[in-house]
Design a protein around this ligand. Sequence first.
Ligand code: FAD
Length: 398
Amino acid sequence: KKVLSFGEDLGEAKQNILIIGAGLCGSLLALRLGQRGFNVSLYEMRPDIRTANISAGRSINLALSDRGIKAMKLAGIEDKVRELCIPMNGRMLHDIEGNMVMAPYSGREHEYINSISRGLLNGLLLDEAEKHDNVKIYFNKRCKSVDFEKTTALFKDYESNTEFVEDADVIIATDGAGSALRKSYFLGKKFLFSFSQDWLSHGYKELSFHPTEDGGFKTYKNALHIWGRDSFMLIALPNLDGSFTVTLFLSYEDGEYNFGNLTTEEKVIEFFQKYFKDALELMPNLIEDFFTNPTSPLGTVKCSPWHYKGNTLLMGDAAHAIVPFYGQGMNASFEDVTVFDQVLDEGHKDWETIFKTYEKKRKRDTDAIADLAIDNFHEMKGHVNNAIFREKRNLEMA
Ligand code: FAD
């Protein structure tokens, strides 16, 4: 299939790209491909995140780093995104006695990561994509499967309760860790498709610190807070409204306390009092949050190839889901779009070459961050805390 894009005589031959999944990666991809002049149809299974009263899904806020910001620059929306960001200059470590130590990410003022709301960022990307007449976005349409030979996708329409098939010149799946296209590759057995999915023995649960009565922050705002306790940990990232999203990472079944045995209010309070006393004081809603919010698993997905000929391609978490301990899953998914855009600039004339070149440039890096993310789990829950507080104690004794 010949690639026709911006700058060429598009005419009737303007190409139709179908994107499955309007999360962070899919919305940015739709925006960028729209800017390049492609006809883009973006299908999302959930209602419109900007108007429906639904949680953003997965984490409520995320750490946005330079890799992600670079993609925002590419799409010309860096300033708008920065307005949604709270800079985090370092890690604020909390020991079991309630002492706090700030471990800066670097000594330089301009080096920090940003806390950003998933919902607001996703909404902004959708707003910007929709400004292009050649980008159409459809909600409440779940992709059930993809015929990657015919380049068609089967959808269930939740509004009319019917099914329909869409075809396109190419289909790109940005439908996250449970990707429908990836399942179709796997079940189709038409080519050698390698796939692995590894679960951590830890899951996560989201909790919260509410803002002060006048909308202020109850603890230091410009930091990623960490309560590392060797085999489990709590972290907190600030939100613009003065609240913090707090995440507990804990084993499903190992250790004295685990998600399997924290089944009563007394036990949950006992656990937090013992290990996170200073955090507990900031969480009057702990019990409600704990028993209302889901406990979710954490996994790593690796697969290859990401594409089938010049027809279909996996991108973002659909191609490489990782555990969140490096705060890089979204950033890597945004970087996918940056790299894909660079490959489009190389002027290849068929999609198969574009997809192959893209995967070759990208796969090694996404495999590497997947492994680093698992290593950083051990770093965050134990090593950093221990090392920093040891140093502090040594200094105090000297
Ligand atoms: P998703 O965000 O999962 O989006 C997929 C979209 O596709 C969704 O809108 C979904 O509804 C839709 N969809 C799914 N299936 C279908 C279907 N069949 N048909 C139609 N639509 C479909 N990353 C960071 O960079 N920094 C962080 O600090 C960070 N923290 C995290 C904390 C936690 C607890 C978790 C779990 C993840 C974290 N991540 C972080 C990772 C980040 O969430 C993901 O890497 C990122 O969301 C990937 O974006 P995506 O668009 O590829 O997938």
